[in-house]
Design a protein around this ligand. Structure first.
Ligand code: 4AD
Ligand code: MG
Length: 406
């Protein structure tokens, strides 16, 4: 297109091109182009994920996603953290939850077998069973105990059969790990980090945020007044200016047990000391009780990973989850158990193979210090920043159970 660029007469854009000449460069079948100049549903666009970048909505989302990735590196670089590239193929289960995708070159129809009939992984590519990583943390700890403060930012894989608006099978995670940080230092860093990123978006992605805010406001108009959520930009500013509430898991359970929805049997899942909180409980605490982001600490050890620092009560560990409105858990982290003896005992109790994890235990054997870290789910964070209701709309090509198109 050639012509004169002028200030726009109409609304909706700042500039317009008065065209003198238009030449179509490459459009073989214009009538069949799925993205037509009308409103498409997000479901329809998800089925056309190869073309959805061409819409204004997805253009805005992916520009913001880019800006957030850049701001993450900027933040850590300014603070003197080193970016550590942890492996994607591993032989260990960092979270001990058994939700891994196997990596193998063995023939699935006719694999080599041991005498006992089990698959003989010594014949596999790495000579042992391997999988895609569920977290870079364990290797991150090795880095932190040498370099001081590190972070990872890479793809993470979980073979968890969760079909929700907040779960992906392949997602990106940012995992800082810091020597000499206790749980309070860890919480301070998480809060500062999240606020820095949101502030960066507010300052650098104004146009795209306004576009998404208008889009959301239109959607909200269809809902009854008392169910409408806050304007996107107001919500982001609110988080930047609020002080996150910090309470223990035990205090949270007491609040939930005294809540209206609990008393009226409105929660779908039970509330009992010892159980893992569901998203409905997390969202009650954040959206209805405190009306601000909440950091929960000191969870029962049974529902958390083996590496978390054990409290003296013998019941809880120094875990922290950061809970956000609309999202629920956005960050999970902890202070780490630095005592070799306690760590080994806990691993045995949880049936984690200590012999295969010799390299991890070596950090406790050869000069261990207090250290902590956390993981931020990148897509959950982008979901919050863009106000998108479904996590599949903030990653270019979502991977979820039964879905690996494109
Ligand atoms: O709480 P998680 O499982 O913690 C870890 O993996 C630790 N190793 C982190 C650490 O301490 N270094 O996961 C961390 C975060 C969650 O809070 C959530 O935001 C995100 O990762 N996450 C997912 N995001 C999308 N889809 C999934 N299936 C996710 N599972 C976790
Ligand atoms: Mg977690």
């Amino acid at each position: 297109m050639e012509g004169t660029l002028t200030e726009s007469q109409g609304s909706g854009q700042s500039l317009e091109l008065n065209a003198d000449k238009i030449e179509v460069l490459g459009l073989a079948d214009p009538d069949k182009f799925p993205i037509q100049p009308k409103k498409h549903t997000l479901e329809f666009l998800r089925e056309n994920a190869h073309l959805r970048f061409r819409t204004n909505t997805f253009g805005a989302i992916f520009r913001i996603r880019h800006a957030m990735a850049f701001a993450i590196h900027k933040y850590f670089n300014e603070k003197g953290f080193y970016y550590l590239h942890t492996p994607i193929i591993t032989a260990s289960d960092a979270e001990g939850a058994g939700q891994m995708f196997r990596v193998t070159v063995l023939d699935p129809v006719n694999p080599p077998l041991q005498d006992n009939g089990h698959v003989d992984y010594s014949k596999d590519f790495f000579g042992r069973p391997t999988n895609l990583t569920v977290s870079g943390q364990l290797e991150g700890e090795l880095g932190a105990l040498a370099l001081g403060e590190i972070y990872t930012f890479g793809p993470t894989f979980r073979a968890e059969n969760s079909n929700t608006t907040r779960h992906l099978s392949e997602f990106w995670m940012i995992e800082p790990e810091m020597a000499f940080y206790d749980l309070t230092d860890n919480m301070d860093l998480a809060e500062e980090f999240l606020k820095y990123l949101i502030k960066y978006a507010l300052e650098n992605c104004r146009d795209d945020l306004h576009f998404l805010a208008d889009r959301l406001a239109n959607e909200e108009k269809e809902k009854p007044k008392d169910q409408r959520s806050m304007d996107l930009i107001e919500k982001l500013e609110f988080v930047v200016n609020s002080k996150f509430i910090r309470i223990t898991y035990t205090e949270a359970i007491n609040i939930l047990k005294n809540s209206k929805p609990y008393k009226k049997n409105k929660f779908q899942f039970p509330v009992e000391w010892g159980i893992d909180l569901q998203s409905e409980h997390e969202r009650y605490l954040v959206e209805r009780h405190f009306k601000c982001p909440v950091i929960l600490t000191d969870y029962p050890k049974e529902i958390k990973a083996f590496y978390m620092k054990q409290n003296d009560d013998n019941k809880t560990v120094r875990a922290m989850d950061v809970l956000f409105p609309q999202i629920g858990e956005i960050i999970g982290g902890s202070q780490r158990e630095e005592s070799l003896e306690k760590l080994e005992t806990r691993m045995k109790e949880m049936n984690i193979p200590t012999s295969e994890m010799w390299w991890y235990l070596d950090t406790r054997r050869f000069g261990s210090v207090v250290h902590s870290g956390f993981g931020l789910g990148f897509e959950r964070f982008v979901q919050f920043t863009t106000g998108m209701g479904n996590i599949r709309d903030v990653i270019a090509f979502p991977r979820t159970p039964k879905n690996a198109e494109f």
